[in-house]
Design a binder for this molecule. Structure first.
Ligand code: ATP
Ligand code: MG
Length: 386
């Protein structure tokens, strides 16, 4: 990296850290950020801290405010209230080109009449970097992203995957400390999406930049992120590691939003030091006390993931509680069979997984499963957090 190549204070603030061997990325602090469009609150209240070099996904349904938050951080929109700190410095009023941020837009936003080389070089031109220095940088990122042979082509003449690479190349060419990616894979077909997922992760590791990655695809967020910030109706409702959000959701909303969840109504009977005993349509369930997120109330919902229902040949002799369910549909995908079934005892519609090798899918009859109660989590009945 050429010292003094940066014209923005965020880069200057974190150059010292890089020279000392620290991560290249800059921290992002979003404090009580709001954005109103007339009467519409696109962002009601967002508070988030992202560490230097961290990969954080913003995951939420369409319209939950993901792009709005990204545009505010990039400086493309003004906040109605709240503050943004980048590399520890207040950037709330800083113009976009002084924030040290590269961004890949939801629709890529390439300049169609410019060549690939001109598109990639655009941020360098804006920063007054020309001549040999510009050519060298363009060649380096083009090489990194496999675009070397396309530099002379106009961006309107590229495939979706190639356009996406040009958009990434343009976002990283000026060596930003922060990379914002707004649903960068949504225009790609499934195979290319899988491949690009891996490439973006590798790029993150190689560059050490801080990444904020917007997606509405939970499997993308789970697979790629150090942490996931879940957004709902203009708010960040929870932030944690993929594993913690999936295995120990703190609310019904998170349990249903991330992965499959069968929700079983339960009532607290006894709270012990290590476990809580719950009455349920499946008998008494002993759930680890650390997995119980109930407030004062006794009633809640046990989050039963399909993998917590262990299919067995009926009738099992084990000591675990059991459940029986009538098959309504079997979806075989090679590695497993996904069953939709109706529980006899509770009337609940259940999803179960059969990963046992050599078991042919059954389209009718009854399934019997043991309940791995030690993995269950209990959340309040209402949609939000406890
Ligand atoms: N310029 C605007 N004027 C008025 N309302 C807007 C504007 N931009 C966004 N909104 C509204 O703000 C809310 C959040 O929009 P945003 O684009 O941030 O959602 P998103 O989570 O990125 O959704 P998607 O997954 O569909 O891209 C939506 O209700 C949207 O209609
Ligand atoms: Mg969006």
């Amino acid at each position: 990296m050429t010292p003094g190549a940066f014209s923005d204070p965020v880069a200057a603030a974190s150059t010292a850290a890089t020279e000392a061997g620290g991560p290249r990325g800059a921290t992002i602090e979003v404090q009580a950020l709001r954005r109103l469009y007339g009467q519409v609150a696109a962002l009601r209240e967002a508070t988030l801290s992202v560490a230097a070099g961290e990969f954080v996904s913003l995951l939420g349904a369409s319209g939950s405010g993901k792009s709005t938050l990204l545009r505010l951080i990039a400086g493309l929109e003004r906040a109605s209230a709240g503050r943004i700190l980048l590399a520890g410095a207040d950037a709330t009023a800083l113009p976009p080109e002084r924030r040290g941020i590269g961004m890949v837009f939801q629709d890529y936003a390439l300049f169609p009449t410019m060549t690939v080389e001109e598109n990639i070089g655009f941020p360098l031109r804006m920063r007054g970097i020309g001549g040999e220095a510009r050519r060298r940088r363009i060649a380096a990122v083009a090489e990194m992203l496999g675009l070397g042979h396309l530099l002379g082509r106009r961006s309107a003449q590229l495939s979706g995957g190639q356009q996406q690479r040009v958009a990434i190349a343009r976002a990283i060419v000026f060596e930003p400390r922060i990379l914002l990616l707004d649903e960068p894979l949504s225009a790609l077909d499934k195979n290319l999406r899988e491949q690009t997922k891996g490439e973006i992760k590798a790029l993150h590791a190689r560059l050490g930049v801080t990444v904020l990655y917007v997606t509405h695809d939970q499997s993308e967020a789970l697979a790629m992120s150090d942490r996931i910030a879940v957004m709902d109706e203009g708010r960040i409702v929870d932030v944690d590691t993929p594993r913690a959000l999936y295995a120990r959701p703190r609310s019904r909303f998170i349990a249903e939003f991330l992965g499959q969840a069968n929700l079983l109504p339960v009532t607290l009977r006894e709270r012990r030091a290590e476990t809580c005993l719950f009455e349920s349509p499946w008998g008494v369930l002993a759930v680890p006390a650390a997995n119980v997120a109930l407030g004062a109330g006794a009633r809640g919902l046990a989050v039963v993931r399909p993998e917590h229902l262990l299919l067995v040949e009926a009738p099992p002799a084990g000591s675990r509680p059991q459940v029986r369910a009538a098959v309504s549909q079997a979806l075989y995908n090679g590695a497993e069979t996904i069953y939709h079934a109706t529980c006899r005892a509770s009337g609940l519609a259940l999803t179960l997984l059969d990963k046992r090798a050599g078991h042919a899918p059954r389209t009718e009859g009854e399934l019997c499963a043991e309940i791995a109660a030690e993995h269950l989590v209990v959340v309040p009945e209402d949609r939000g957090a406890a």
